[in-house]
Design a protein around this ligand. Sequence first.
Ligand code: MMA
Ligand code: CA
Length: 198
Amino acid sequence: MLSPQLFHKIFGVAFFLLLCCAQGKPAGIPPLPGFVRLPEYDEGFIPGFLPLVDSEVGDMIRQLEHQISRLAGVLSLEKKITASGGKIFATNGEKADFQTTLKKCREVGGSIATPRNPGENDAILYFVKNFNTYAYLGIKESLIPSNFQFLDGTQLSYANWHLNEPSGKGKEECVEMYTDGTWNDKKCNQNRLIVCQF
Ligand code: MMA
Ligand code: CA
């Protein structure tokens, strides 16, 4: 029988693994493309957690990693998830306007896909190409026409505008990704592929 202390530890580890699920993988099986390997833990030690001594805990971690890896495999096969750096991007293949996309992503604990470098832009482009549908990005025009910002209000540190874009001059407050990965400022009421990040 598991002691309450051990149960608490296992619960903590499970929660930790859920938080960084895409990084999990069973030993010996390579991570899916774009997914990062968890650091090897030495003698059952996970940074931030008490040293783990019970081999039951190690077995449970491996089981959880295996299950998470299988789930990632299924979603990857369906082209519903991909990763870049530490970020996971996901789509459900459905379309929605900008506000609905924000809501849908928030409802599942994520946020709208926001490319902050070429690798992340390519990760989003993977869905745009596969579903042959433009996607809204987490970028909006500020009160200054033609000035675009991330949704947290910070200035763009990376941009991939299409030639002659942005063009809306205050009339196109959202940003969509074209099937070549370039960006266009666009009205926010169109139906676009829902892509979230986690
Ligand atoms: C559309 C609309 C704009 C875009 C231009 C490019 C005519 O407007 O999608 O956002 O800039 O096409 O020609
Ligand atoms: Ca435009």
